[in-house]
Ligand binder design. Structure first.
Ligand code: ADP
Ligand code: MG
Length: 321
């Protein structure tokens, strides 16, 4: 059985690049580049809550980092460093090798250095803190949306929730659709390049992790504006298009969660700039609604005829009923 220190040395220690000091001391030492501030965020994944017991370790390493990078993306920050706090029921080296493979593949793809962490025995739990750099005045905050802005969405929502519905027996997907939706659920790809491209263009941004309506509602609350979503404009993947149960499709699109797309607001004068970013990044960017002067935080979803649609679940809340 390897000791805690064997594990840290074997699996988590790599030569530093940008950091002044990495794994092995009491603290890491890092410095942002001149003119930049650090954007810092933590997300935790708990077994039985965010992933099933027995989940694929490489997927988990990928996803735990991906959901954190998604927060940096939503801030317009360039990923730089991460710390990893890991609780494991036992020192399973096969699991550790796969987990770190998933983690470092994504970390390397985005130039993220693992600079520290903590390793302890306990119920399986992965908590990652990421740090990125952004010029302070260009950070994409939630509080900058203005009445009259357009509301945009990257990619599409609902696929991860559809996969989950299938796994729980509430939907039956064909093989290709299931494979696509499972990738979206288990190995989301953070929209970092989009966040960087939206610096100086978006007036606000959020990553859609808890459901589209709930998350754009957070922009509304923080910005003191109302948000209107045009349901008919919401893009659907082929898997969601093929979903025969329209009420399930609607729930997945509006409140599914685990999407890791970006919702963002932009002044209508900048529509051409957003369209150019979509081409440059080869990523669908869709105008799905608008920002209004109504009740702060209020989200109205309208159907094609302009009628307000009743929304069942708003989004995921760990302590909600
Ligand atoms: P301390 O007792 O000073 O908190 P630890 O013994 O917990 O230090 O950790 C030793 C070193 O290994 C520290 O630099 C810490 O940041 C790093 N470390 C521990 N666990 C991890 C991990 N899972 N991933 C990355 N670095 C880790
Ligand atoms: Mg420690």
């Amino acid at each position: 059985m390897p000791s805690e220190f064997d594990i840290i040395r074997r699996y988590f220690t790599r030569p530093v690049k940008r950091a002044l000091l990495g794994v092995g001391d009491d603290c890491a030492l890092i410095a942002p580049q001149a003119g930049m501030v650090l954007a810092v965020s933590t997300d935790m994944l708990v077994e039985g809550r965010h992933f099933f017991a027995g989940a694929d370790a490489a997927d988990l390493g990928h996803k735990a980092l991906a959901v954190n990078l998604s927060d940096l993306a939503a801030m317009g920050a360039e990923p730089r460093y991460a710390t990893l706090a890991l609780a494991l029921p036992e020192a399973d080296e096969t699991w550790l090798a796969q987990f770190t493979q998933g983690f470092f593949m994504l970390a390397d793809a985005f130039g993220v250095e693992l600079v520290g962490g903590d390793t302890t025995r306990g119920p399986r739990n992965v908590s990652i803190t990421v740090m990125g750099e952004v010029p302070a005045e260009q950070a994409l905050r939630r509080d900058g949306a203005k009445a009259g802005d357009d509301l945009w969405l990257s990619g599409s929502t609902g696929d991860a929730a559809l996969a989950l519905a299938h796994l729980k027996g509430g939907a039956r997907l064909a093989d290709a659709a299931l494979a696509h939706c499972l990738r979206r659920l288990h190995a989301p790809f953070p929209r970092v390049a989009l966040g960087l491209a939206l610096r100086g263009i978006a007036t606000s941004a959020i990553d859609v992790s808890d459901g589209l309506v709930a998350d754009v509602g957070h922009i509304g609350e923080r910005s003191g504006v109302a948000i209107e979503v045009r349901f008919a404009e919401l893009p659907r993947s082929r898997a969601l298009e093929a979903c025969a149960n329209e009420s399930l499709a609607q729930e997945c699109l509006l409140s599914g969660g685990d999407d890791y797309e970006l919702g963002f607001t932009v002044h209508p004068n900048s529509r051409a700039k957003v369209a150019a970013i979509a081409v440059e990044l080869d990523l669908a960017l869709t105008r799905i609604g608008s920002v209004g002067a109504g009740d702060p935080g209020q989200v109205s979803v309208r159907d094609a005829a302009g009628r307000i649609m009743p929304i069942a679940g708003k989004g995921f809340d760990h302590f909600g009923s």
